[in-house]
Design a protein around this ligand. Structure first.
Ligand code: 6PG
Length: 467
């Protein structure tokens, strides 16, 4: 334990908080830690080993505040929602003007904006800091997405950059914009994470009937050595290789097929809809998780309609290309949402920088992100990733395989909601003239809502519809 005042404080010593605190201590910064359950502080100090030298354990909020050099910076790593407000309320009476709180949890960016405004009135700064990378990332280098006053970020930038993952030496951490920008970007990161995981699960579903888990592990490992290279493909290969010691079966075969979700994927969809966006691959992934959780209904459904027999399965090479096409579209939908939010909230988000800080440390890190960053450093028509020359070329090459895979799955009765959402998006965006003329005519028919004509200005034309 250090006698000097700590450079930074941290509240919340559950898995993520404890690992982040150890990471900070390891990088040579004195840190004061506090947890509501005092016993956890003791176990954490034992877990810290030699790093305990740099750590000041505290069992009361006032002790934590007193242990930090002013102006103070205190990281909150508590469960999103009410616990954040409770923690702020517990610290507030002990803070001095100029101190700052940094919420490093998966907060709803609306809450972050509200908290930032309330604390600003009281003379305190508030940063919303998205941290991705799970347990290991928090300990050894996460990707860090910061929102809040830029000047306040400068005060802790050295700490943040020191603990962040690095991509070829570049820290995967950045101040992205004011108030909720960091948490919004983290939410969309998770939305993309949902889409990517669902796409991978669909590929697994298409192959599993005809392949052993061990063989599939090799398929994913091979894909990981190609353009699909990414953390999520890598861990999928590893997951598929594990045998359950109890039953001797592949571990995956004994896991209940009902996905959990804490909310960030759903928030991505909710915020997207509010912004007039529709990231359909993310929507499909959230829906698929919800459907998966309804096991009773699926049992009844299978009893009623029967599950289709396993078919031949698509070609592996097709599936690799299909996954790549759908992944590009999913990332593109996420970035389009970031672009819409940036405009709405006046954040001036640097999309290239977002892609850069996702290249290492975070859950969606993948080989593609460097190409995405390069694309956004150039000019992209309509900020639509799929229209960037490099990605348009990739899609020209890979969409035919996506089409074959989706057609095959549909024919065989295999659900591929995210892949087919990606394909429908592509097929919609490649047509200058679609079918919404009919929607407009219907709206005008029953509600006199008016429509625009191709051959005349104005938007309030009406049809001479039969009664
Ligand atoms: C990350 C992860 C992390 C966490 C999510 C998962 O970036 O490190 O996204 O934030 O795993 O909370 O959320 P679900 O429980 O909703 O899948």
């Amino acid at each position: 334990m250090s006698d000097e005042k700590a450079r930074i404080g941290l509240v919340g010593l559950a898995v993520m908080g404890a690992n982040l605190a150890l990471n900070i201590a390891e990088k040579g910064f004195g840190i004061a830690v506090y947890n509501r359950t005092a016993a956890r502080v003791d176990t954490f100090m034992q877990q810290a080993g030699p790093l305990a030298e740099a750590i000041t354990p505290c069992t009361r909020p006032e002790d934590l505040v007193a242990a930090i050099q002013p102006p103070r910076a205190i990281i909150l790593m508590v469960k999103a929602g009410a616990p954040v407000d409770e923690t702020i309320a517990a610290l507030l009476p002990h803070l001095s003007p100029g101190d700052m709180l940094i919420d490093a949890g998966n907060a709803d960016f609306n809450d972050t904006r509200r908290r930032a405004a309330a604390l600003r009135e009281k003379g305190f700064a508030y940063l919303g800091m998205g941290v991705s990378g799970g347990e290991d990332g928090a300990r050894h280098g996460p990707s860090i997405m910061v929102g809040g006053p830029a000047g306040n970020y400068e005060m802790i930038r050295d700490v943040v950059e020191a603990i962040a993952a690095r991509y070829r030496g570049d820290p995967c951490a950045a101040h992205l914009g004011p108030d909720g920008a960091g948490h919004f970007v983290k939410t969309v990161h998770n939305g993309i994470e949902y889409a990517d995981m669902q796409l991978i699960a669909e590929a697994y579903g298409l192959l599993r009937a005809n392949q052993t888990a061990a063989r599939l592990s090799e398929v994913f490992a091979n894909w990981n050595a190609g353009p699909l290279n990414s953390y999520l493909i890598e861990i999928t290969a590893k997951v598929l290789s594990v045998t359950d010691p109890q039953s001797g079966q592949p571990m995956l075969d004994v896991i209940v097929d009902a996905a959990g979700q804490k909310g960030t994927g759903r928030w991505t969809v909710i915020e997207a809809l509010k912004l007039g966006q529709s990231p359909s691959t993310i929507e499909a992934a959230v829906a698929a998780r919800s459907w998966s959780a309804d096991r009773g209904a699926r049992d009844t459904g299978q009893g009623l309609f029967g599950a289709p027999p396993a078919g031949a399965g698509p070609l592996e090479a097709d599936l690799e290309s299909a996954l790549l096409a759908a992944r590009i579209i999913a990332y593109g939908q996420g970035f389009a949402l970031l672009s819409a939010a940036s405009e709405q909230f006046d954040w001036s988000l640097d999309l290239a920088r977002v892609a850069e800080i996702w290249r290492a440390g975070c859950i969606i890190r993948s080989g593609l992100l460097d190409d995405i960053a390069t694309a956004f450093r150039g000019t992209i028509p309509h900020d639509e990733l799929a229209f960037a020359p490099a990605f348009a070329e990739w899609l020209q090459r890979t969409v035919p395989a996506l089409r074959r895979v989706v057609a095959h799955a549909v024919q065989e009765g295999q659900p591929v909601p995210a892949m087919s959402a990606a394909l429908s998006w592509f097929d919609t965006m490649r047509r200058a003239r679609g079918t919404a003329n009919l929607i407009q005519a219907q709206r005008d028919f029953f509600g006199a809502h008016g429509f625009a004509r191709l051959d005349a200005p104005g938007t309030a034309h009406h049809g001479d519809w039969p009664a």
